[in-house]
Write a protein that binds this ligand. Structure first.
Ligand code: G
Ligand code: G
Ligand code: MN
Ligand code: NA
Length: 255
């Protein structure tokens, strides 16, 4: 298949780029957080969004190489911002469940890069999805714990859209819950989506986690979420995912 060949080529030629979307403190000025989102700068097709290639990359296992590139790029970028601008930025990267099958080698490589760059104080966060935690896998629990011990935080992405058991929340050590956009989209202080967000926030705080609301597009959503105690917001209200130079100009150079 053409796409698979092209993806192999893209890995070899490093045709990927990271875009950056800020994650903004809603209660107070927090240390800057940002999610890195991959884009493929295809020589013929132009900028290809991840929905068009991540699932194929997962099926073929190519996601392991892509994920390693994403991690390295994100870590180097965080170190660069610190060195150039004196700004600490926590960069979140998305880690596919498929990448955890190759975990042994990956962990050591990642941690030694972080040590070399002196990025061992929560400078990187990995975003995982509920599917990874489904089977209550002890190996996954141990892996996540090792990440935290190495100064890497863990976010649970798309929270509320996967399987309904919440038992894993006490089994796995998770730092941030990311409330899925489907709950923030129609948020109104009177409706059931609001009740759900509020309940998620209370629960997360009692379990020692912080909450990030995704898909915040309006000032009204921001206000309602802030009043409900939500810690962070992410969405078009603050910014779309931006190419690195633009992100730097708007969010790093001005701090
Ligand atoms: O902006 P957006 O179109 O970037 O992202 C679409 C989807 O692609 C999201 O679900 C996001 O989690 C996923 N995604 C973006 N970047 C990466 C990445 O580096 N690795 C993986 N596995 N998924 C990513
Ligand atoms: O699945 P994940 O949450 O990692 O990916 C986030 C996705 O949501 C990306 O495709 C990103 O571009 C998109 N996104 C970010 N902010 C907003 C927003 O405010 N509204 C909408 N509709 N999508 C957003
Ligand atoms: Mn994400
Ligand atoms: Na998400």
């Amino acid at each position: 298949m053409r796409l698979i060949q092209d993806l192999r080529h893209a890995i070899a030629e490093q045709e990927f780029e990271l875009y950056y979307q800020p994650i903004v403190g809603l209660q107070q000025d927090e240390c800057l957080k940002v999610e890195a989102l991959i884009r493929w700068r295809h020589p013929k097709r132009g900028l290809v969004p991840p929905i068009e290639f991540i699932s194929v990359a997962e099926e073929t296992g190519l996601i392991v190489d892509i994920g390693n590139w994403v991690f390295q790029q994100a870590a180097r970028q965080s170190a660069l911002w610190r060195d150039r601008f004196g700004v600490e930025v926590q960069v979140s990267i998305n880690k596919s469940p498929v990448q955890f099958r190759d975990e042994g080698e990956c962990f050591d490589t990642w941690v030694s890069l972080l040590n070399n760059l002196a990025l061992t104080n929560n400078n990187i966060c990995i975003e995982i999805t509920e599917g990874l935690l489904l089977d209550g896998n002890e190996a996954i629990a141990a892996t996540l714990e090792r990440y935290r011990d190495a100064g890497i935080q863990v976010s649970l992405d798309d929270f509320g859209t996967g399987y309904s058991s919440l038992a894993y929340l006490k089994r796995f050590k998770i730092d941030f819950l990311k409330i899925d956009q489907s709950f923030t989209r129609n948020l109104d202080s009177q409706n059931s989506d609001f009740t759900l967000c509020e309940a998620i926030i209370v629960m997360a705080h009692k379990l020692g986690m912080k909450v990030i609301a995704e898909g915040v597009e309006t000032e009204y959503q921001r206000k309602v979420l802030a009043e409900a105690g939500c810690d962070y917001g992410q969405g078009y209200l603050f910014s779309r995912p931006l190419p690195v130079e633009e992100f730097e100009q708007r969010f790093i150079e001005t701090t």
